[in-house]
Unconditional design. Structure first.
Length: 127
């Protein structure tokens, strides 16, 4: 029974450390930064040279991979950790998917609400 309690306490400490560090480093820092980087890239992609595009794409992918790997650490921390890992994966995946459509859409903007490219005409009308 004491061994079981000790294992449970270690699991709780790992979860607490993993949850707070994941939330601080990923959900409150990396994900907003990733989202803003992709948004600014989508707006400025036509004005960038190949080197700027390459650096932005590589930086964004690396940031997403590191964030997802931090989220996977939380996965081993019980059911709360699994929920945290799923949220991290979802919030990191959305900007990465949007970035993958940048060269497929004429407007460079992909909408998850309609799950299609935003028509260029609707962007010009809004401006």
């Amino acid at each position: 029974a004491a061994k079981e309690r000790k294992q449970e306490a270690a699991k709780y400490r790992r979860f607490k450390f993993g949850l707070f560090s994941t939330m601080r480093l990923v959900l409150f820092e990396a994900v907003p930064s990733l989202t803003l980087t992709v948004a600014f890239f989508l707006i400025q992609v036509d004005k960038m040279d190949w080197l700027g595009k390459t650096k932005t794409i590589i930086s964004t992918i690396m940031s997403g991979v590191v964030s997802i790997s931090l989220g996977l650490y939380s996965y081993s921390c019980g059911w709360k950790g699994k929920i945290t890992a799923a949220l991290v994966f979802l919030f990191c995946l959305i900007p990465l998917v949007k970035m993958s459509f940048v060269f497929m859409c004429d407007s460079h903007i992909f909408s998850f609400f309609t799950f299609q490219c935003v028509p260029l005409e609707s962007i010009e009308e809004a401006a």
